[in-house]
Design a protein around this ligand. Structure first.
Ligand code: SAM
Ligand code: SF4
Length: 318
């Protein structure tokens, strides 16, 4: 079992399979050039799998595949199937911008994927295109329907930005409700790579806007990153508030990047190279590094102190 020095049980790993992305979201990588790591610097699926088997044997119960845009990496279904076959009851999830879900939702479901979190920041094609710097909403909506048809459990993620999409909070909620999927509103996490003009909207303001139309009560907190709320008709939505004091108390996750670094916390740049150990077939060393990462997981992020992270979210997997 993996337990950190603040007594948090680590049973969740987010795995970035690529740093590449076909979008340039304002809050993530608005100005990143299309230059990427050479192929040989990226962990092969087999190398990731060797490490993940070890992590699963140590108590990891949930794996989320992310990026960059994970659906840009070839043969993702093969990787999903490797993990699923190793431990069929693994909670196997994907975070995606949705652009290629139309093509891949079914094949991923058949390979053993259980859940998908899809980014949806606006219902207006021109606003969505402004945020992602790509005309993409129609395809993303088709991808959502395809994922639902395939029988995947879907959640929507919305990063709320002042003056850009904060006027759409209730519309997005109503849309998610109409599709019977949970939507989670995420406070923008300040980082050096984001577009400088982006301003976050605090969770309190998001909840106040929803309160103008709906009554809801908070559900007991589980160990996910979200707080969940239930409306009178039973519909549930969530808020992710990394600026909240309590946010890190239940953190149960670490991250693996496509380049082979293990990362204890999304905010900080600290990382541990596991690629060399994996390429040398030294699984004992990999196990030692995994324990070190868990032992050195910081108590909390610094967004709570209004700091700006220098970590690139598209490398870490957001
Ligand atoms: N490309 C996929 C997507 O957009 O869903 C997966 C990778 S993306 C980095 C993972 C998540 O991070 C997305 O839900 C995205 O909205 C979120 N994200 C990225 N930058 C963020 C920021 N500065 N603040 C809050 N959330 C952010
Ligand atoms: Fe790409 Fe996701 Fe970052 Fe948007 S949030 S630029 S879709 S990695």
């Amino acid at each position: 079992m993996l337990i950190d020095k603040f007594d948090r049980k680590i049973d969740y790993i987010r795995v970035s399979v690529t740093s590449r992305c076909n979008f340039r979201c304002l809050y993530c990588m608005p100005n990143t050039p299309f230059e990427w790591e050479p192929h040989e610097n990226i962990l092969r699926y087999e190398e990731m799998f060797e490490f993940l088997k070890l992590a699963i044997d140590e108590g990891i119960k949930k794996i989320r595949i992310t990026g960059g845009e994970p659906l840009l990496r070839k043969d993702l279904d093969v990787f999903v199937k490797m993990l699923h076959d190793y431990k069929p009851d693994l909670d196997l999830a994907l975070t995606t911008n949705g652009y290629y879900l139309k093509e891949y939702a079914k094949v991923l479901k058949d390979a053993g994927l259980k859940r998908v979190n899809m980014s949806l920041d606006s219902l207006k094609p021109e606003v969505a295109a402004r945020i992602a710097q790509k005309d993409m909403l129609k395809r993303v909506m088709e991808g959502l329907d395809e994922a639902l048809d395939a029988g995947l459990k879907v959640k929507l993620n919305t990063v709320v930005m002042n003056g850009i999409n904060d006027g759409e909070i209730v519309d997005l909620l109503d849309f998610a409700k109409s599709k019977n999927v949970i939507i989670r509103f995420i406070e923008f996490m300040e980082n050096e790579r984001a577009y400088p003009g982006i301003k976050r909207v605090d969770s309190k303001i998001i909840l106040d806007k929803i309160k103008e139309k709906y009554s809801f009560k908070e559900l007991p907190k589980d160990n996910s990153a979200s707080r969940y709320f239930e409306m009178e008709d039973g519909y549930v939505f969530g808020i992710i508030e990394p600026h909240n004091e309590d946010f890190c108390k239940s953190c149960n996750r670490i991250r693996l990047t496509a380049e082979g670094y293990l990362i204890p916390c999304l905010f900080f740049t600290e990382s541990y190279n596991i690629k060399e150990a994996l390429r040398a077939g030294d699984i004992n060393k990999a196990a030692h590094i995994l324990k070190e990462v868990v032992a050195n997981k910081p108590e909390k992020n610094d967004w709570q102190d209004e700091e700006v992270s220098t970590r690139a979210f598209w490398e870490t997997g957001g």
